[in-house]
Design a protein around this ligand. Structure first.
Ligand SMILES: Cc1ncc(COP(=O)(O)O)c(C=O)c1O
Length: 378
């Protein structure tokens, strides 16, 4: 009898921890970077229309209609695109396609071929995906202001592996919100010999994006999602663009019907209503600017954000205490215990009303703390 029915690798895995998905009445959820605005009415209509006898049928296996529309949008061929069950699936497929699992006795010269590399802090799913594929991880620290070091500096510091089988670069970065310049990313891509996947989950809220690199460089992929900018988290649709060679490899290993039918309907309808979303991007960006001012005026350290969230170091109380106080007032934000980020909160940009409520609650927390400190003679 085997000791356990489960592979040792899986037994030892620490799973990804998503933001809490609570649905209590009156709760304000600023913890999962969801879009505060509903999908376009025409998109909702198309989804409703599709809920009929067709549900008994399998969806288009390759999401061909959606890929054709995406190809027209990005100026490439449908063979340059793979659609996934959210961009999370795309990230997982990339590891399976490009990274060799690391055996126990892996030789020094083979390590790069088994390495998943990323800057840190960034998306906390990367290490989980690397571990579950039996790959080696190489998290490389960001600069103290959460910027990325230049390719020359990365070379001289020696931590970044220019041969790594797969490198994820989150741009704009999560959870910090910092955007990176396409020119800088291009310099890094130019000297990188393994595959680089630029994870652009928040690109629509940014000043620039690096899609051109995926269309020009055969080892560069750009992943996007309909979750954030297009208010479709519920439907799970993401995609990746790159050379036919890399995209073809991903298609070989994807599930036969990996993108659900209603998701395909919703995403196609979204692409027919882009103007509606453009307005939402502007609303989110305006609220983001207002919040940045508010944070600065109330003693929160902030970084310029290019995403639909802000990363702040709160004053007076620890970030964990802020997280708890806000939670008691039914406002959820994201806090992580990891050393590099434990002093910060990541706060998604909600609707104007939600952020108004956030400001009221936060002002009360600040005032109560000042009153208690005064009473205690601090
Ligand atoms: C950086 C980053 N990439 C990818 C994703 C995954 O998005 P989805 O699987 O919903 O497309 C997220 C979600 O939070 C993210 O923050």
């Amino acid at each position: 009898m085997r000791k356990s029915l489960i592979r040792p690798l899986v037994e030892g895995l620490a799973p990804y921890v998503p933001g809490e998905q609570l649905t209590a009445k009156g709760l304000i959820r600023l913890n999962t970077n969801e879009n505060p605005y509903s999908p376009a009415p025409a998109v909702l209509e198309k989804i409703k229309e599709a809920v009929d006898g067709r549900l008994r049928r399998y969806p288009n296996p390759g999401a061909d209609g959606l890929r054709e529309k995406l190809a027209a949008l990005h100026g490439c061929k449908k063979e340059n695109i793979l659609v996934g069950n959210g961009s999370d699936e795309v990230l997982e497929l990339a590891i399976r396609a490009f990274v060799e699992p690391a055996g126990k006795d892996i030789e020094a010269g083979e390590r790069s071929g088994s390495t998943v590399q990323y800057f840190w802090p960034s998306y906390s799913l990367y290490p989980v995906l690397a571990d579950s594929a039996g790959a080696l991880r190489n998290p490389v620290p960001l600069l103290p202001d959460f910027g990325i070091a230049s390719a020359e500096r990365l070379k001289s510091e020696g931590k970044w592996d220019f041969e790594a089988a797969l490198s994820f670069v989150t741009t704009p970065n999560a959870p910090t919100g910092r955007g990176y310049k396409t020119a800088d990313l291009e310099k890094l891509c130019a000297v990188q010999r393994g595959v680089i996947l630029l994870d652009e989950a928040y690109a629509e809220f940014a000043e620039e994006n690096a899609m051109e690199l995926a269309l020009e460089m055969p080892h560069v992929l750009v992943a996007r999602t309909f979750s954030k900018a297009y208010s479709l988290c519920f439907q799970r649709v993401g995609y990746v663009i790159g050379s036919e060679e890399l995209i073809g490899a991903l298609h070989k290993i994807r599930g036969s019907y990996n993108v659900n039918g209603l998701g395909q309907v919703a995403a196609e309808a979204t692409l027919e209503n882009l103007e509606y979303y453009q307005k939402n991007f502007e609303r989110v960006k305006n609220t983001r600017s207002e919040m940045r001012l508010w944070f600065a005026m109330h003693g929160f350290l902030t970084y310029p954000s290019q995403a639909n969230f802000v990363f702040v170091k709160p004053p007076l109380l620890s970030a964990q205490e802020w997280y708890q106080r806000l939670r008691e007032e039914k406002i959820l934000v994201r806090w992580w215990a990891d050393e590099e980020v434990k002093d910060y909160l990541r706060i998604s940009i909600g609707s104007e009303e939600e952020m108004q409520r956030f400001c009221e609650v936060a002002e009360n927390i600040l005032m109560n703390h000042s009153n208690t400190s005064e009473k205690n003679g601090i």
